[in-house]
Design a protein around this ligand. Sequence first.
Ligand code: NAD
Length: 491
Amino acid sequence: MTPQAPRWIRNFVDGRFVDPDPAQIFDKSNPATGTAFAHVHQADRPVVDRAVTSARRALDGAWGRTSVQQRTALLRRAADRIEERFEEFVAAEVADTGKPVTQARELDVARAVTNFRAFADIVAAAGQESFITERPGGGTALNYAVHKPLGVVAVIVPWNLPLLLLTWKVAPALACGNAVVVKPSEDTPSTATLLAEVFVEVGLPAGVYNVVHGFGGDSAGEFLTSHPGIDGVTFTGSSATGSQVMKTVAPRVRPVSFELGGKNAAIVFDDVDLDEVLSGLSRSVFTNTGQVCLCTERIYVQRSIFDDIAAGLVERARDLRLGDPEDTQTTTGPLISQTHRDKVLTYFEMAEREGAKVLTGGGVPALGSGLEGGSWIEPTLWTGLTNADRVVREEIFGPVAALIPFDTEVEAITLANDTDYGLASAVWTNDLRRGHRVAQAMNVGMSWVNTWYLRDLRSPFGGMGLSGIGREGGESSRHFYTQPTNVCVSL
Ligand code: NAD
């Protein structure tokens, strides 16, 4: 592992980094080693207040008068600058999360660049609806809508794909003319802070992008969502926190966009090509050590191929390479923290109490070579469970899945939809009609057929039930980040 010198990670308010107050510091450790490498300045109420006030000032000032072309040109410059500083972003993301460097390059940071370019394209190309209306008694009127920015947007994101999820919100918000105050997860403060440097370099006006660091309740997260100066909240995180945030903003009736947890199902029919499905399933269970909201935690397999799928997936799980995140051969990093590992291990114990047969994993690996202090966990697969078991109902957010057999298509649909969540699903079949039929029957925001986590940023993303409120992506993002004023002109 490359040793890291401790450094400061500061709040960014009104175009400047704010000097840390020693009383308000917390340490950030590398999850792969457990070694602290940074001191993070926690934002107290006055810092959050200054951030919101500066965002409002920016909106009332020159930023509020920019054209879509000016704003999208700025986003494209930001994308170029992230590309120029690509390896710095990769190193920061790897240090914060312990994720493999290859994944940080190919998924996290690459998608941040794409987010800026894609939303620049989407917002620049957005059309304008207008209607010619017949007036009672003769004559006509012209109706059209002016899309104004929502205003000061609070952006709160989790730790699993920190830069990807942050830029997925910040890019459309800025393209639509908003100013933002972002609160990254306390576990991943680095890349949101680096992004502030990029925005300074490309000339984003002061106050348009602010970063406040800290925790959730009674800390920067709640100081931000309870601030009377915010006009909306876009939040990605757990369903429980989403519910808290909703209560906080309810008295002032602010709009929310919530991308929350999942307990996603895969359905595997017996007409599939086994190798192809096993690769897809393995990716959908173990990517990012299972810490993607879209990851599969329930796998329903048609009975005739159940044993083959179980044996094949165990083999894939054992082929994963856990180890030094900076080694390009590493496929799987640690969990984000010891706290999160304790939670996942609780589910491992619960599964055994609930009668699970552990096909592989179920514990903590011994990796040695400087990784003893990391929050490592074994990729794990279970059989012998049913939908009645808590480990099949609750989101675990680790590299783990339960395999459950089914006999008929109707039974598979019923089992997959038997959940309080409704984020994503994947159907694996070579029967084209069945693929469409089953995918459409899934009560989820994203329903894949013979693939997983294949995204087009123009398409809607979000969840049903406990998995969220609203959609982002493409036009859906523009809807959330703007407010239309309808103008009606008598002609
Ligand atoms: P979390 O809910 O604990 O925290 C998310 C963010 O909210 C963090 O920045 C945290 O500091 C902040 N926060 C916590 N309490 C708060 C409060 N009371 N007020 C304001 N802010 C508060 O989630 P996490 O553990 O960081 O992330 C994992 C969760 O995120 C999982 O449930 C996962 O499914 C979900 N997730 C969903 C999506 C999606 O698109 N649907 C994507 C990624 C992750």
